[in-house]
Design a protein around this ligand. Structure first.
Ligand code: SF4
Length: 193
């Protein structure tokens, strides 16, 4: 999502055991489609973070830095538990970032993952998406995920508004939104470092 986002050290992913639909097939542990997991990155939010690059994005922004992420079947299937093992293996990293691809297009899986992160760690959650905050408020499944996110980096990448001076994002239309405060106050509150 953030253009110019270098992919740091890729963690070797464990082999997937879940089938399409994932886990036990009972909806308890939904499958996520993942391109890569990047450990200790500092470009997808503040501090050292575990970034999960998901597969699948239908926005197809011209100039997208990562068009190989557009096809969902370009990723590998991972369960929430497999991802939690990777996240919990780095207990000192203060945050997790969902990026891609568009995590909001796998809202059920990322909601389950966000709930596990909330229940089992003190890590904050950042999420990149090609949708605007306002649009997500009217998308029930996506809103459930939104409500578990600390900071949303929203909107498509717009090449005409590209800047390399922007913090944690690629184009000036994208916003770093403090989600809990924005929901509580009923207006967009931008995240402050
Ligand atoms: S939303 Fe992000 S991943 Fe999707 S096309 Fe746009 S820049 Fe690329």
């Amino acid at each position: 999502m953030p253009n110019n986002s270098p992919h740091h050290q890729n963690i070797p992913l464990p082999p997937s055991e879940g089938g399409r639909g994932g886990g036990l097939g009972l909806g308890l542990d939904p499958t996520l489609y993942v391109l890569s997991v990047v450990d200790d990155t500092t470009v997808d939010g503040p501090g050292f973070r575990t970034s999960i690059y998901c597969a699948g994005c239908t926005h197809h922004c011209p100039g997208c830095h990562n068009p190989q992420s557009w096809a969902q079947d370009g990723g590998r299937e991972m369960s929430v538990e497999e991802l939690m093992e990777v996240i919990e293996a780095d207990p000192f990293a203060p945050g997790v970032t969902f990026t891609g691809g568009d995590p909001m297009q796998q809202a059920e899986g990322f909601t389950a993952l966000a709930r596990a992160i909330r229940a089992r760690t003190n890590k904050n959650i950042w999420c990149y998406t090609g949708y605007t905050f306002e649009a997500l408020l009217h998308m029930p499944a996506q809103r459930r995920l939104l409500e578990l996110v600390d900071v949303l980096v929203d909107g498509p990448y717009i090449e005409a508004q590209r800047s390399t001076d922007l913090l944690f994002r690629g184009s000036a239309n994208q916003r770093l939104i403090d989600v809990p405060r924005s929901l509580a106050e009923g207006r967009i509150v931008l995240w402050q470092r």
